[in-house]
Design a protein around this ligand. Structure first.
Ligand code: SF4
Ligand code: SF4
Length: 168
């Protein structure tokens, strides 16, 4: 298995689980699928995930985005998608893996993505406020990804990015 296979595995692992057992998008109007007031939006693809968007399905666009780490790709969408086309970041949202030193060693954790607080009403309840199967599946997916240096580097960069934003 390689780094891209791990992305495919994680996407499949998160195919049928959602933050709540009911459709959480009904109460917020699927806020995470709408662009913000500046027309900004989109989700960063995991390293190598862009290969799964060739050919690019209708309504999607990929642009380079260096905000978290040089050479990353941002997927933007038309606001609705088939579940099988959904990028891994959307399947994990509003959670995210973080990888940071703790007690002298590097530890992987799953947390609410600090960027979700402005969008997602579930964020304030934390991981424990979400369906346990969802939290576990995100953690298991992050562990699988963490076997590959590409993904570990991305998780480290994400963690540093959150620190730069002073949100974590
Ligand atoms: S913003 Fe949060 S509550 Fe709303 S659809 Fe997205 S994940 Fe669910
Ligand atoms: S790709 Fe799908 S799940 Fe992700 S923001 Fe767009 S419509 Fe929502």
């Amino acid at each position: 298995m390689g780094a891209l296979d791990a992305v495919v595995w994680a996407r499949e692992h998160l195919m049928d689980v959602t933050p709540l057992r009911r459709d959480c998008g009904r109460t917020c109007g699927a806020a995470c699928c709408r662009s913000d007031e500046d027309g900004q939006g989109g989700m960063l693809l995991f390293p190598g995930e862009e290969a799964l968007y060739d050919p690019l399905p209708a309504g999607f666009e990929i642009t380079r985005d260096d905000a978290v780490m040089p050479g990353m790709n941002l997927l933007t969408c038309a606001g609705s998608c088939l579940r099988e086309q959904r990028p891994l970041a959307c399947r994990m949202f509003p959670l995210t893996p973080v990888l940071a030193p703790e007690d002298g060693r590097e530890r992987l954790r799953v947390r609410v993505d600090p960027r979700a607080f402005a969008v997602c009403p579930l964020s304030e309840y934390g991981v424990r406020g979400m369906d346990g199967a969802f939290g576990r599946a995100v953690l298991e997916s992050a562990r699988m990804l963490c076997q590959y240096e590409e993904h570990r580097a991305y998780f480290r960069a994400l963690t540093a990015y959150f620190k730069r934003l002073r949100t974590w």
